[in-house]
Design a protein around this ligand. Structure first.
Ligand code: ADP
Ligand code: MG
Length: 692
């Protein structure tokens, strides 16, 4: 691309935002708009109005008044010699921005300056107007003006982006609309090129609030389009998957009987419904790609075990892949116990198994001697071969990337795949990041569960927490005390947990049995500690977040989380989910230090709700989609103008349009043109959407 004004330095800034072609740049949406149509001379300004003024800097200095607030004053004059003061609290940095003589456009609310009696603007928006660009002034004032996020200081200012986009729009031939005509007509969508023009330079009189809410017709259409292509990609991916031939498992009486014999309790109706959905997939000729969602403690493991029985009774192996060592271990214990009584062998393979254990396990797996395999990433290694892998269950806690999912799948001949999430995923994220998977939701907890009572205690009042813990232990219950992970340093984390452990063991609970669990322990040491906690021998378990997922001790009723403000919502909810697993009333105590606004919101959300789906929505709102999964690999596509939080309702429309278009295309030709368009334009951005 050659665009006047984009030299190497600026090109680099654009590149860093993922903008490489002229079309990319046109898709770069302003993050807000300002109505600068009201351009005035200083003399004609009226207090209370929003106005734009062109003026020159006369002088700038820290104010003598309001020094504590570091008030900074800049004095401007216009060509007629009238004066205007701009004031900024904590504006010291502006000393380097405003140079006497420089021309600027100021935009803000006009007020009377109580000290001088003249006019002032508090914290006006400003744009420096370089002398050689004066002729472009009409682009930047006197109209509704788009404001872009710049980058890297002066190299690319919002003003520069505006000029460049203006130039690209003027020089480029209009781009054709690529959305299917029928959809455009039915939804009365604005034409693509007109939308792009209106996105950057809205017509005079466009409602500013609608623009800033991203709901002008141009916005709606462009957001719709982005979601539409994404969902088309996902729909095509699923259709492709349905063309594959998978294993057609038989649901025989033997299967039913084995499941019945395995069940330690009556499944909830949600578990039954979800199993029926899974069984239907497994019995069908195409490979299952299903996402199993359910709140913490809703009993996903049991459903996974039932699905495994279907595979095993049909003579296939089932593998369960867990994201962490300790979770793999926990699954292994649970599943081994469930399967022992019905005569199925289970083997575990993790990174920390000894060489001999590994070799032994691999031999059993390759020889088809064990039907059930539980493990971590180690299962993905090349030398792990399965005799007859029929079902892959991934307990992913959002930690496995799509590639890893595929890798395990490739170890079988088109095995069925069931992905379980440890915490619920908000619907909008599920529709995008996991949009190609079918979804099952366990929306019910096992009977007899009482909501966990959650309290927030200030760190200074921690003594009262220990009193409470002691009372629960006296009643025969057990407790967890969780310490946060420290700045990615495992050593520091371990030391903090050790310190807490020493303190509680020696000072606070000298007569009780306190245990310690952290990531640095060897697997058999971890196993031993967990076994002692499980048996009730350890009454208080001090731990790092290694217990976050999967740990299941029904007699534990207290979860104390130290420095709870340092955890994310999903993590807090997971941790809390370690209690409330039995018939006893359970408690979660969030011990906090100084709280940021966001921290306070998180803690409030936790004390207010036990509902994982609600908490997930809050988490998404507070952190945004990028952070929600915490990993780059998560499969979350990079959206440009669309925002899954703000634009949820457009996503729903786009999804239903895209899926019905792909499933019932008006003609082969139209479907092919969609395929071509996706292959050309969207592969690069949605690399995960491998079309055809
Ligand atoms: P999840 O993995 O969904 O967080 P688990 O599978 O660990 O939940 O189950 C949580 C707890 O509930 C376990 O102790 C499990 O044995 C128990 N459980 C599961 N299903 C039922 C049920 N239908 N009735 C009673 N208890 C159940
Ligand atoms: Mg689980």
């Amino acid at each position: 691309m050659y665009v006047k004004g984009v030299g190497p330095a600026r090109a680099q800034v654009f590149e860093s935002k993922g903008l490489r072609t002229a079309e990319d740049i046109l898709g770069y949406a302003p993050f807000r708009y300002e109505d600068r149509s009201n351009v005035k001379t200083i003399k004609s300004l009226a207090p209370g109005e929003m106005a734009t003024v062109l003026a020159r800097v006369h002088s700038a200095r820290p104010s003598k008044i309001a020094q504590r607030m570091a008030l900074f004053e800049v004095f401007f004059t216009d060509s007629a010699g009238y004066k205007l003061t701009g004031k900024w609290f904590h504006g010291g940095y502006l000393a380097n921005v405003f140079v006497p003589g420089m021309q600027v456009a100021l935009f803000g609310k006009v007020e009377v300056d109580n000290y001088s009696g003249g006019v002032q603007m508090m914290h006006p928006e400003y744009e420096v107007i370089p002398e050689d660009e004066e002729q472009e002034t009409a682009l930047h004032t006197g109209r509704i003006v788009p404001v872009y996020e710049g980058g890297s200081g002066r190299v690319v200012t919002p003003r520069i982006v505006r000029s460049i986009i203006n130039r690209v729009l003027a020089e480029m031939a209009p781009i054709d609309d690529s959305l299917p005509a029928a959809i455009r007509e039915r939804l009365k969508l604005t034409d693509y090129w007109r939308s792009i023009q209106a996105l950057h330079f809205p017509e005079p009189g466009t409602d500013l609030r609608t623009l800033n809410a991203f709901r002008s017709p141009a916005h709606w259409r462009l957001i719709f389009e982005e979601f539409f292509w994404l969902e088309c990609g996902l729909a095509l991916k699923r259709i492709e998957a349905r063309k594959e031939r998978g294993i057609q498992f038989e649901l025989t009486d033997n299967v039913r009987e084995k499941i019945k014999a395995m069940l330690p309790f009556k499944p909830t109706s949600a578990q039954k419904r979800v199993l029926a959905e899974i069984a239907k997939d497994m019995a069908s000729p195409y490979p299952m790609h299903r996402l199993l969602q359910g709140d913490v403690g809703s009993g996903k493991t049991l459903v996974a075990a039932e699905a495994a029985i279907i595979a095993m009774e049909n003579g296939y192996q089932a593998a369960l892949l867990a994201p962490t060592e300790i979770l793999a271990q926990q699954h292994y214990f649970t599943i081994r116990r469930l399967f022992e009584k019905i005569g199925y062998l289970t083997v575990m393979l993790t990174g920390s198994s000894t060489a001999r254990e590994k070799q032994h396990a691999k031999k059993l797996i390759a020889g088809g001697m064990v039907p059930m395999i539980v493990g971590t990433h180690a299962l993905l290694e090349e030398d792990v071969e399965f005799a007859k892998l029929g079902l892959v269950i991934i307990d992913e806690q959002h930690r496995f990337g799509v590639m890893q999912r595929l890798r395990l799948r490739e170890k079988g001949a088109m095995p069925d795949v069931l992905v379980m999430t440890a915490t619920p995923i908000p619907r909008t994220l599920a529709l995008t990041a996991y949009g190609d998977l079918d979804t099952s939701i366990i929306d019910e907890l096992p009977p007899g569960r009482k909501p966990i009572k959650t309290n927030n205690i200030m760190e200074q009042a921690a003594d009262s927490v220990w009193e409470f813990v002691r009372a629960q232990i006296t009643e025969g219950r057990q407790a967890y005390v969780v310490c946060p992970v420290i700045e990615e340093s495992e050593t520091q984390t371990m030391k903090a947990a050790e310190k807490e452990y020493e303190h509680l063991r020696a000072q606070v609970f000298p007569n009780l049995s306190v245990g310690l669990l952290h990531g640095r322990l060897k697997p058999d040491e971890k196993e031993a500690v967990m076994a002692r906690f499980q048996s009730g021998e350890i009454q208080i378990l001090v731990s790092t977040t290694v217990i976050e997922v999967g740990v299941d001790v029904a007699n534990a009723t207290v979860m104390v989380i130290q420095q709870a403000e340092r955890f994310g919502l999903a993590q807090l909810h997971q941790l809390r989910g370690r209690v409330g697993r039995g018939a006893h009333e359970s408690y979660c105590v969030l011990v906090t230090g100084k709280l940021s606004d966001q921290g306070r919101e998180r803690i409030r959300t936790m004390t207010e709700s036990n509902d994982g789906f609600y908490i997930a929505e809050m988490d998404l709102k507070l952190r945004g989609p990028g952070e929600f999964f915490g990993t780059k690999q998560s499969g979350m596509p990079a959206l440009r103008i669309a925002n899954i939080i703000r634009d949820r309702e457009i996503l729903e429309v786009a999804r239903s349009e895209a899926w019905s278009f792909v499933e019932n295309p008006p003609s082969e030709a139209e479907l092919n043109s969609i395929l071509n368009y996706l292959a050309e334009h969207w592969q690069r951005r949605y690399g995960l959407v491998q079309v055809a």
